[in-house]
Design a protein around this ligand. Structure first.
Ligand SMILES: Nc1ncnc2c1ncn2[C@@H]1O[C@H](COP(=O)(O)OP(=O)(O)OP(=O)(O)O)[C@@H](O)[C@H]1O
Ligand SMILES: [Mg+2]
Length: 197
């Protein structure tokens, strides 16, 4: 993951997206990370930073942060939840938070269609505010067109997409070849990093 970049991570359930996100956060060395989700599911993998490659990161626990604490927040990895994630994103944007990796878990559920002003602000200000932003989707078909246009990278895992139907949404000449490579791979966690801009 590159500094100040905006990435879209796409993959079916269990394809290794969350592990990859955790590894990226740990490598980035930004002082802060914020994981946005709709609710704190039992067995929520973001409660610790444990990954397959780094079981010892189990000892790195993530706390829950409330939006009114964002301004005073200096360091650490936190999770934020809301049944109204659009409002949560507005609050994150308005807090003018800096030097943070923001992860939108399961964005399929709440960032679709036309992008809200707050999502656009965060993406466009990512360089000035030293943000790394990661959006998670389960399929290529679910990623908003405007997000494809403004993101820097697509990290593609195996998906169940009908590639012929979705390839036109992406400015990637060899997307179908990449998709077929992933599909044919024996490694269920296989992924390919593709620059978008
Ligand atoms: N490269 C890998 N090698 C072996 N195991 C892995 C690898 N990557 C991830 N895993 C393990 O596979 C399981 C599923 O991975 P992960 O939670 O990252 O998937 P996901 O794509 O985020 O799934 P979901 O869509 O359900 O959130 C986890 O237990 C994880 O530790
Ligand atoms: Mg996951």
């Amino acid at each position: 993951m590159h500094i100040n970049s905006v990435s879209i991570i796409v993959g079916r359930r269990g394809s290794g997206k969350t592990d990859y996100g955790k590894e990226s956060i740990m490598k980035l060395k930004l002082p802060k990370a914020l994981i946005v989700d709709t609710y704190d599911a039992t067995g929520q993998p973001w409660r610790t930073m444990e990954t397959y490659l780094h079981p010892e990161w189990k000892n790195i626990k993530t706390g829950v942060i409330e939006m009114d604490q964002l301004k005073r927040w200096r360091k650490g990895i936190y999770r934020a939840f809301s049944s109204n994630p659009k409002e949560l994103i507005e609050k994150i944007d308005r807090s003018k938070v800096k030097n943070v990796c923001i992860v939108f878990e399961d964005a399929t559920k709440y960032i679709y269609g036309k992008l809200s002003e707050s999502v656009k602000n965060l993406v466009y200000d990512s360089k000035q505010r030293n943000l790394n932003i990661i959006f998670y989707y389960h399929s290529l078909a679910a990623v908003p067109l405007d997000l494809v246009r403004i993101a820097d990278f697509l990290v593609l895992h195996k998906t169940g997409d009908n590639i012929k139907n979705v390839k036109g949404r992406y400015p990637i000449d060899d997307l179908e070849e990449v998709f077929e490579f992933l599909k044919a791979s024996d490694n269920q966690y296989e992924r390919v990093l593709i620059p978008l801009n």
